[in-house]
Design a protein around this ligand. Sequence first.
Ligand code: B12
Ligand code: SF4
Length: 477
Amino acid sequence: MKTIILFQPRIGFWEDFNPDPMTPLGPLRIASLLSKEYDVMIIDQRVNQQWEDELIDCLQKDVVCVGITCMTGIQINFALKAAEIIRKHSKVPIVWGGVHPTLNPSQTLNDDRVDYVVIGEGEYTFKELVDALDNKNSVDGVKGLGYLHEGNVVINPPREFCNMDELPFLPLDILDFRRYFDVKKEIYMETSRGCPFQCGYCYNKSFNKGRFRLQSASRVLKEAEYYITKYGIKMIFFVDDEFFLDPERARAIAQGLKKFKIRWECQGIRIDSILKLDDGLINDLVESGCSKFLIGIETGSPRMLEYIKKGINVGQVVEAVKKMAKYPIDLRMNFMAGFPNETLEDMRKTAKLMVELVDLNPRAKIAFLSIYKPYPGTFLYSEALKLGYKEPDSLVEWGKFNWEQANSSFLSPKVKRLLEGMHICAYGLRINDSMDSVPFGLNFISRFYGGIARYRFSHFYFGLCFEKVLKKLFIKD
Ligand code: B12
Ligand code: SF4
């Protein structure tokens, strides 16, 4: 059997705090169509300190190609380092896929550590590419593929979206099981792709062309049952961008999950979706083990909510967070600051709303206050360009795009300092979070630190920011 190597690069420091790393869904999904005909090896830099040796060893086999996944940001750096090693030890083609190569295919192809780019959903495009490479056939009919031909970038016509119900289950057997599912027995699953909303900072409009595709409830339940019974999974994290767009589907999933006695959480739920959930459905969610929603609120400024096209207002945010207070479901709220044209007054409103919401509902905590960074294919990216934002002009430059730093050129030095302070101090507003993914010592310090963080957000004061110094001292990327 010939070999396909799939490489999952590291993303950042927070991975060090998670006892069970996230399921590498991108690589597993594309492996699912190949694992019967090829020996597919996933090398995951996040779980394997010896990844370099493992990579070099694997390259000695009869390898058809190496696939690398990556999103925008420092993950690109880790991916480039791996690609360099591959180039040094082998002549196999290197295929890049995932969000960043999809948003920026031509520029990605201009790096000499890239041979092919898979644009958008990768399952069928990668399968056809692998078959073509294996059989030494032309790739010019492979939809959704980008490559260089005589020095010129060629982008084939786009591929139609796949039918998610027809995708095989994840081939978990190709993973070293203990490395992923040992502690929490938690798996990541997707049950839909895309989202019809238009948020100005989000990859969706460009990546998913605004198209929302769902798996049926019965398929979701079959897949969940397979992981639970075959692998002893006790916790599912649904990574969908918006899980509740079809409430009847959500109800059927919740009702079907009850018998398994597991816990589950979901990543994507909008404030207006929460407002539409009826009591019966929320009770079904609770009885089926749903214990956490991650919600994007983004900003406390009505002006900014409108500008970023979030499609919600502050009144709805307050109402939804209050509504959920009577249910045993944790809320983890995401915020952002540093948008183009955002003023200090807008940021002050965000800080104020964060504290207000945490007070409204004892289960509501801040997940992150992210520093807004523009990436291609979004409305706010074009807004940033109007303000003189200089797009990174190579893959290497995109790898310096650090989500933890405020370095967009449209921000003043004062605002940059403030944002980095807000970003790091927001971790302190997670106090009393179960923090199950954080070591005990850090959990203890963070509880103690909560009062300071709260003071800072209530008074919009991020001066004398010793937190930034501590982060630099103790945390590596
Ligand atoms: C889970 C998740 C995470 C996890 C880790 C993800 C991982 N890959 O390991 C964590 C929590 C760590 C995370 C962190 C962040 N994330 Co995130 N995350 C997600 C989320 C919700 C799901 C990812 C996923 O598994 N999807 C399911 C898989 C199957 O989809 P996929 O990876 O796209 O794979 C398909 C194709 O892309 C392609 N493909 C993928 N890889 C490859 C490789 C090859 C070789 C081929 C051929 C094809 C291919 O085929 C796959 C099947 O069709 C996505 C949103 C989403 N719904 O996808 C955001 C998303 C990827 N995250 C995003 C962001 C912005 C972040 C953060 C910056 C958030 C923040 N502000 O702090 C940080 C990154 C911090 C850092 N230091 O860099 C953005 C990325 C935007 C961009 N331009 O890259 C997304 C798209 C969310 C959004 N709404 O904008 N994230
Ligand atoms: S609701 Fe979420 S996934 Fe949908 S466009 Fe807005 S940010 Fe993106």
